[in-house]
Design a protein around this ligand. Structure first.
Ligand code: C2O
Length: 483
């Protein structure tokens, strides 16, 4: 998916022309873990922000812009951060390395932008040194707010320009969004689908060839971008109306906060739910985080769904939808160390994909037989010291499995050996690697899939049948559907 290998030797790309991530991200992102110690922050309307918060917001964007000027290679700065959006929308220019995965036009749209805003918000919070900092939202749907929020529309003075202002915008403080985009009839239509992922639904269909966007991405999302930028497409400057440069305008984030809020509004209508599909919930996207030495962090869509619990923010006036919590991924994210010695009864606990653990919501009838997914058990980041070997068997729901349990057991899913990279003290060719990490994946057969039905959690037993290791650290374990 990502092609970073040659980038390490190359000079940093000019961020005005090339949105390839810089520094080149490591191939192995750190899994996101919710910062449960973080206070839940409330995002307020940009039209209702108290003065002290306006001052803080301006300061935050000033510091963000300063970062680009003073340390142009810091991935958190205004321009490199805007380029994250560019890279993920196929709008990259001037390199052979290709763009990131496309995050528009499918069911990736809402969760990816939610994640992007989360990291953006944490970066601004870090810059102003206030963990309670929250992004504002531009509630264009509220009567009289079909215009740029004044705090973003004000250019400031030549001595003291407003860092929330973007001089490339076509829209001015006096303009109104044309009727039929954010008016209540249009909003009602946008909210009406009952399915998230059916064609014509609210959130977009599964990604890949033939994918289509949902009603919210189509409108108001898109038309508000164009209206803010340059409806005539004649201005030669980069602006909000062009995906590659949209996130250079600070209003992008207030616009997208309202888009994100409408995901809640849609769910709160009742009778609606997020895709109950593990291939959606388990897809991951990586971002540089807010730390002064930014880390490349991978968040899965499942991590982002319950934003109050995991991302620690809510919208003023819009409750966090209870129905959003569909998939307890935290358990899968954590990893740990499992005792694989023959007498151990310890197992890895793996969340069962929601489509198996819960009855499916009513489905839209489609012609032809539904595609039958293959369920795959993944155990990732298995660590074995370079001078050790191990041979492990994997069983489902069988705590008592030991080295004598036959592989003909219906609970047996597979076995694997990890070879040592060197032998200590033997004069064999030394290998430089200090540690290595392995991923394993096993297809489950029909009988094993039947074992998952109605369960929330599955236990996975690893049995050592060779080698001296008794404790095996792993980073995460999960079951994903492959279609
Ligand atoms: Cu990624 Cu509003 O576009």
């Amino acid at each position: 998916m990502t092609r970073f290998s040659d980038a390490a030797q190359a000079p940093p790309p000019n961020p005005l022309e090339d949105c390839t991530p810089w520094p080149p991200p490591p191939s192995d992102p750190i899994p996101f873990t919710p910062d449960t110690g973080l206070a839940v922050r409330t995002r307020l309307s940009a039209f209702e922000l108290p003065d002290d918060k306006v001052g803080q917001l301006r300061k935050a964007y000033q510091l963000l812009r300063d970062l680009t000027n003073n340390s142009p290679n810091d991935p958190r700065g205004w321009l490199r951060q805007a380029n994250v959006h560019c890279w993920y929308c196929g709008g990259e220019a001037g390199t052979e390395t290709g763009a990131g995965p496309e995050i528009h036009g499918s069911w990736r749209f809402l969760p990816w932008h939610r994640m992007y805003l989360y990291f953006h918000e944490r970066i601004l919070a870090q810059l102003v040194g206030d963990k309670t900092f929250a992004l504002p939202f531009w509630d264009w749907d509220t009567a009289g707010r079909d215009r740029l929020p004044p705090i973003y529309a004000d250019p400031g003075t030549p001595d003291n320009p407003n860092p929330l202002f973007d001089q490339n915008r076509g829209a001015t403080a006096d303009n109104r969004i044309p009727p039929g985009i954010v008016t209540s009839d249009a909003i009602g239509l946008m909210l009406s689908p009952t399915s998230f992922e059916a064609p014509g639904g609210f959130g977009g269909t599964s990604d890949g060839p033939g994918a289509s966007p949902g009603t919210l991405e189509n409108s108001p999302h898109g038309p508000v971008h164009i209206w803010t930028g340059d409806p005539s497409m004649r201005s030669p400057v980069p602006d909000m109306g062009v995906l590659a440069t949209a996130a250079r305008d600070p209003i992008f984030f207030a616009h997208h906060a309202n888009v994100d809020r409408f995901w809640d509004v849609w769910l709160n209508q009742g009778g609606r739910s997020n895709p109950a599909d593990s291939s959606w919930a388990l897809e991951q996207f990586a971002f540089y985080d807010q730390n002064d030495t930014p880390q490349w962090v991978a968040m899965s869509i499942g991590d982002s769904v319950d934003h109050e619990t995991s991302l620690r923010y809510i919208y003023n006036g819009t409750p966090n939808p209870a129905s959003a919590v569909t998939f307890a991924l935290a358990m899968a994210q954590t990893g740990g160390t499992v005792d694989v010695s023959p007498q151990s009864r310890e197992t890895i606990k793996v969340p069962v994909p929601p489509e198996l653990s819960q009855p499916r919501p009513a489905e839209i009838a489609v012609p032809g037989p539904p595609p039958k997914p293959v369920y795959v058990l993944h155990i990732q980041g298995i660590q074995v010291p370079p001078d050790e070997q191990t041979f492990l068997r994997v069983f489902l729901e069988l705590e008592d499995a030991d080295a004598r349990t036959p592989i003909t057991s219906p609970n047996f899913v597979g076995q694997f050996a990890i070879l040592a990279m060197r032998k200590p003290g033997t004069g064999a060719i030394p290998h430089k690697a200090a540690a290595h990490s392995h991923n394993q994946a096993f297809e489950l057969n029909d009988r094993q899939v039947a074992m998952l039905r109605g369960k929330q959690v599955l236990s996975v037993k690893l049995v050592a049948v060779g080698g001296r290791l008794t404790k095996i650290p792993y980073r995460r374990a999960f079951i994903a559907a492959r279609r």
